[in-house]
Design a protein around this ligand. Sequence first.
Ligand code: SAM
Length: 281
Amino acid sequence: MTLKDSDWFSEPCKEGGSAFSLAIQEKLHDEQTDYQRIEIYSTTRFGNLMVIDGFVMLTSRDNFLYHEMMSHPALFSHPDPRRAVIIGGGDCGTLREVLKHPGVEHVLQVEIDERVTRLSERFFPELCASNTDPRAEFYFGDGIRWMKEAAAGSVDIIIVDSTDPIGPAEGLFTEAFYRDCHRVLGDTGVLVQQSESPLYHYDSIIQPMHDAMRAAGFADSVSLMFPQPCYPSGWWSATLAGNRDVRRFREQDAQQKPFTTRYYNAAIHQGALAQPEFFSK
Ligand code: SAM
């Protein structure tokens, strides 16, 4: 089949001098919300595609890599995670993974833009399959403000599943925000945040994120690496922070997890903790 230019969705990445393209079948939706522009496409091989302000958010085909790595390592790094908060994550894929842990009693998703969740229910219903779980709660508002107002020690796990550090997500990458997270987490609490590409964003995002997390009071932090084909460079990271050694996790519980995953397992967790030579931390 010969594809015309118009059959491709492309996301250029300025800092990488690269672009990622997907062959598309049709545009299914296009909407300017109060916060951002959301586009949904169907693709030839990656299922449905969600784009926010021109940046790929997720595809049906490869989102499991990201959602599993944003949730299970953090949950298995905590001795007994019961209360979780997701900042952003409106597509509900991370929520679905967190709810797979039987010990979790409550998960609050704090998403600024309700339209992301409504469109995900329509175009990515498999990610929203657990939205009716009685342990799930939805709050549509700003995660930065929510964290400022939350009570000290009221949460075990904070997952920052946000867009890139521009627009409404900019303040989610700051020391002030991490200081609020540190206060809201109990002594054993774990924070995890998506931290972009090790290849393209080590100096600009990953290293400054570690510095800001430590400055905010976290005793330890480490970045986990995993493949993510639809994001710039195809190589992505999530950064964990906590007051204890965040390289340690409940390995036996991860080996015997009572739920299925497509990517995550104890060996993947261990492997994702291996640091490239160019990382100084
Ligand atoms: N996996 C994606 C990625 O890394 O490209 C992120 C997916 S999720 C759709 C990101 C969500 O963060 C968006 O729905 C956006 O509305 C939300 N978001 C951005 N800034 C926010 C804020 N300050 N508070 C709460 N949610 C926010």
